[in-house]
Each structure stands twice: as C-alpha cells, then as structure tokens.
Design a protein around this ligand. Structure first.
Ligand code: ADP
Length: 400
C-alpha cells in the first residue's frame, strides 16, 4: 500500500509518500508547498533518488496545493503513481489531541469535532491541521484519513507528572495540565533505539531527547511515558531556538504588572524572541551559536551553556524518575548532527555512568552509540522519522 503523510501548517503543506509492503517501508517522494495563499507560493518536490526541484505554483488554499501535488505525483516525467487511487490512506500530523486521543484515529465527523475542540489548547496548529484534513477529503474522496497526534504518546503519564499544582477546577473544567509534544518522534526513537541496542521494548528505560528548533525530553519505560518536559503548550521545558522553556510564572506576572506588557506581547516575547535567540542577540540556530561562541562571542557561549545545563538537569531528573536508564537518546537536528552539543551534554553524565567515546562522536545523521563500552548508561544518536511513524501508525489503524 502507498500512504501519503501530510503535515499542514497555516501557509504550508509538507508531504511524504511511502510505499509499505511486507513490513518494509520505502520513501517514494517528499516535499513542501510553502507560502500557500501568499505571494509567489513555492513547490519543493523530490522523488526518491532524484534531485530536489523547486517551482512556483499558483495556489490560493490547501485544496489547491493538494491538487498541485496530485498533478506532480501522476506526472509521467517526475511522478511516482500511475493513478491517484494507488494512495490507500492519508496520515495527518495533528498537534493537539487533548485527553481524548491516546492513539491515532480514523477521521470521522466526530473526530474532526474533537480536533476542533482541542484548538483552544493549540490555536496556531490544530486549525491548519484540520484544514489539511478537509482538503484531503475534498481532493481524495473515499480515501481514509488517519489523524496522528503529537500528544498521544504522552497520555500514559501519571497524574503526578501531568497535574499542575493549581486549583483542581482548572484541570477538571478547563483541561489545564501537562500534555507534552513531539510524541511521534519520542515514540519512533524509543522503538528504533530498542531495536538498535537489542533491548526489550516492554522493559527498556530510555531518556529520549528531541533537540530541533523546538526541543523536549521524555522519560520512557516499557513504551510508556513517565514524564516529559513540554507542558500544556510547547513553551515549557528546555531552552529552545526562540522559546524560553521553563520560567517562573511570576516573571509573566511581572511583565504584565510592572512592565505594562499585554498578554499578546508576552506571548510573542516568550515564544519568538526568547531561548537561544533571546540570550544570543537574535541567533536561534545552534550552528550560528556554536560558531559565534568559538569566535569569542560571550552571549553565544552563555546561551550554549544555558541550553546544555537545562538539558543535563532534566536528564539527571529523568534518570531518577526511571530508576536508572539503559540509554540517553539524542535526535532532532541538533541531537543528530552536533558533536559539540553532544560532548558538552555528555561530559557531566559521568556521574550516571555515561562516558563519551570521542572517536564515535563525529557521527552525523546516522544511528550510533557515542558512549564508551564501559558506560552503564549508553548515549545513542538515533535519527528521527516522524513522517514514517505517521505512515506506520496510519497503516496499523487501518489494517492492524
Ligand atoms: P525543526 O524543529 O524545525 O524540525 P530540526 O530538527 O531540523 O528543526 O533542527 C534544527 C536545529 O538543528 C537548528 O538549531 C540547527 O542549527 C541544528 N543543526 C542542524 N545541523 C547541525 C550541526 N551540524 N551542528 C549543530 N546544529 C545543527
């Protein structure tokens, strides 16, 4: 079967098509249509084994974008399908599934209502995700759509992890609690690392660190999440590219009461102007931070140190939560590629029995053990593949 995976943002539509036969998965084509509804939309398309191509397209909405994608997929010169009917299912990334969704769901009118209801918890993400689903229903009538939620994997957290210590009503009436995000990535690297290290997934204890522009850590035991760093929204936890991560809630009150800032201004400041960018004069990209720090930029060095300190502190905490760990798993653009971050992060983990193997640490974008053979807790680089995880989950929901 062939599965189309769609990740719809407010003005973009990322896609990947997988062939899934006999337990094997092959990426057939992938790309992104950007600037939908804006000036000069851009279509980036890459068939497996071919060069990436970039063209301008006239698309005013997501349904138009999907039609442009369909035309490409069946184009005899660059396409991968004879006819659209070869697509047996469509898997959609949906950011917030609230407490309702603990697993992927075949899209029905009721599921769409629930995704809409969760939009209050993810106002920037759920509405465009739903637009993507509805565009697929329009362009691929009769093809099943499966929603795969970023929050679902974390629904195994116990109340001691997910409750905030605020009046209970706020949880019971307004659903204010920790949900966690990047669940699809944490789930994928948990399974992939168990396979790579020969661990039993029903018993393994892994600290999975997804380190991209956004970042989160999860403590996972036997395939169940015991705790994670993001919260009701993706603003909590680690120092990220432009998000502050953990912050005394009193700081928000201070900004509102004493600095006269509006809720919108605080929102923009904490989500878009903080994190690495806030500490390092606007630099949010880890490569820029590392290069500037190496050239003596003290602000960039401090931003780097805050990033690794916060991360190490969470790894220590989660080691205790899990009562020991088989491995720390590093993924996302930073985890997969940055030997500098890995070295700084693993250095203090010696106290937990994890020691860096210098000669292995140059690895980029490939699964590898980067700790010494004596380490009692391994450090593992494991590339994530959220799109493949969505395709696998869509397939499992539909055919078991
Ligand atoms: P997103 O969360 O947007 O999917 P990615 O997972 O692609 O992001 O990660 C982007 C981050 O990865 C950026 O901070 C980028 O600087 C960092 N990154 C990518 N390659 C390297 C590298 N070789 N060294 C350091 N950081 C890197």
């Amino acid at each position: 079967m062939k599965i189309l995976v769609v990740n719809a943002g407010s003005s973009s539509l990322k896609f990947t098509v997988f062939g899934m036969e006999n337990g094997q998965h092959t990426m057939l084509a992938k790309g992104n249509i950007e600037r939908i509804g804006l000036q000069r939309p851009n279509f980036i398309y890459q068939r497996a084994g071919a060069d990436k191509e970039e063209t301008q397209v006239e698309v005013k909405d997501h349904a138009d974008a999907l039609k442009a994608l369909c035309a490409k997929l069946v184009d005899p010169a660059v396409g991968i399908l004879h006819e659209l009917a070869e697509i047996t299912a469509i898997g959609h990334r949906v950011v917030h599934g609230g407490e309702k969704f603990t697993a992927p769901a075949v899209v029905t009118a009721e599921v769409k209502d629930s995704i809409r209801a969760c939009a209050v918890l993810a106002p920037l993400h759920n509405p465009p995700n739903l637009v993507g689903i509805e565009a697929c229903q329009q362009v691929f009538p009769g093809t099943p759509n499966v929603a795969v939620f970023d929050t679902a994997f974390h629904q195994t957290m116990p109340p001691s992890s997910y409750l905030y210590a605020i009046p209970r009503d706020l949880y019971e009436k307004h659903h204010i609690r920790k949900y966690g995000f990047h669940g699809t990535s944490h789930k994928y690297v948990y399974a992939a690392t168990c396979e790579f290290l020969g661990l039993d997934p029903a018993r393994a204890r892994l600290i999975t660190c997804h380190l991209g522009n956004g970042g989160s850590v999860a403590a996972v035991r036997g395939g169940k999440v015991l705790d994670t760093t993001m919260g009701m929204t993706p603003l909590a936890g680690l120092v990220m590219g432009t998000r502050s991560g953990d912050l005394d809630a009193g700081v928000v009150l201070y900004m509102i009461k004493n600095l006269g800032m509006s809720a919108e201004a605080v929102d923009a400041l904490l989500n878009k102007k903080s994190g690495l960018a806030g500490l390092a004069d606007g630099k949010s990209d880890m490569r820029d931070i590392i290069s500037a720090a190496q050239h003596g930029d003290a602000h960039a060095q401090q931003a780097f140190d805050c990033f690794t300190h916060r991360l190490t502190a969470y790894i220590g905490a989660y080691f205790v939560v899990l009562q020991g760990a088989d491995a720390v798993v590093l993924t996302g653009g930073i985890g997969e590629n940055s030997s500098v971050v890995r070295a700084a992060l693993i250095e203090p983990l010696g106290v937990l029995g994890c020691f860096l193997e210098q000669s292995a640490n140059s690895v980029m974008g490939k699964a590898a053990v980067v700790s010494t053979p004596e380490s009692t807790m391994k450090a593992v680089v494991m590339p994530t593949n959220e799109e493949l995880m969505i395709a696998i989950e869509a397939q499992q929901v539909l055919v078991g």
